[in-house]
Design a binder for this molecule. Structure first.
Ligand code: SF4
Length: 248
């Protein structure tokens, strides 16, 4: 069923993919936004097409102030409320007691423990009874994302996951956002390509790959520059047999 639906969605525009996915899958559907460039475009289409898709973000408590600003601007522009998913208080308190406020710099294990409590557990709670999940991954964001599927089955969560922008380039996304006055995080104009938590994200140097600014103190070999949100039970990004071909 997944490959059949993917073959129906693939020839469509990303906005049409969203509407067709919503129409094809019954039940609760959730879009998780980081309020970055790609996700702002998806919010634009969901809001302007009035699609029955919940919009939620993982408020880790460590986001940039610029991210909260664009969050508020987005709600005002589209007349929507973006649901905030907050970490479980006891687990967060225990984490900070154990590793201190910035313990994630100490090791990959410590960083993953922080990401688990601040991001993955809230995401799992958010998606616990959803049948569809929408995310803003693009295949050319990194080598690790190169063969990410347009549509995949998340067997662990029992849902279908759609990445409508999988075959778009960053330039296409920027061009669309400018033409349609989509609210953007001001950090993008200051060299931040991928924006996550403030202590774990830096601006890119010229020529660096898009995800290089995430967990910048970890070597590329030691970490895939992923926090685990889009990783399957095998520890890799969810893929299908026929990867999406990205136009150059
Ligand atoms: Fe914690 Fe950094 Fe992960 Fe945010 S990105 S949850 S601050 S380790």
């Amino acid at each position: 069923m997944t490959e059949l639906l993917q073959s129906r969605l693939m020839p469509l525009s990303p906005a049409e993919r969203l509407a067709a996915f919503r129409g094809a899958v019954a039940g609760r559907m959730v879009f998780t936004t980081s309020l970055g460039l790609e996700d702002q475009i998806l919010t634009h289409w969901i809001a302007t097409q009035n699609l029955d898709i919940e919009i939620a973000t993982l408020d880790t408590g460590r986001l940039f102030s610029e991210t909260y600003t664009v969050w508020a601007e987005t709600e005002e522009r589209y007349g929507i409320r973006i649901k905030a998913m907050i970490p479980e208080r006891p687990a967060l308190e225990a984490l900070v007691i154990t590793q201190g406020p910035n313990g994630f710099y100490a090791s990959i294990e410590a960083r993953k423990a922080c990401c688990h409590i601040r991001k993955i557990e809230p995401l799992n709670r958010l998606l616990s009874n959803a049948s569809g999940w929408i995310a803003g991954l693009r295949a050319d964001q990194s080598q690790a994302r190169g063969d990410t599927a347009l549509l995949s089955q998340d067997t662990a969560r029992g849902l279908l996951k759609l990445n409508p922008l999988i075959d778009w380039s960053r330039d296409q996304a920027l061009d669309f956002a400018q033409k349609h006055a989509v609210p953007l995080n001001t950090l993008h104009a200051r060299g931040f390509a991928s924006i996550g938590c403030a202590p774990c994200t830096r601006a890119l140097a010229p020529g660096e790959p898009e995800r290089a600014g995430r967990w910048w103190w970890e070597s590329e070999a030691a970490a895939s520059k992923e926090c685990g949100l889009h990783v399957g039970p095998d520890g890799h990004l969810v893929r299908i047999a026929s990867p999406v071909r990205v136009a150059s």
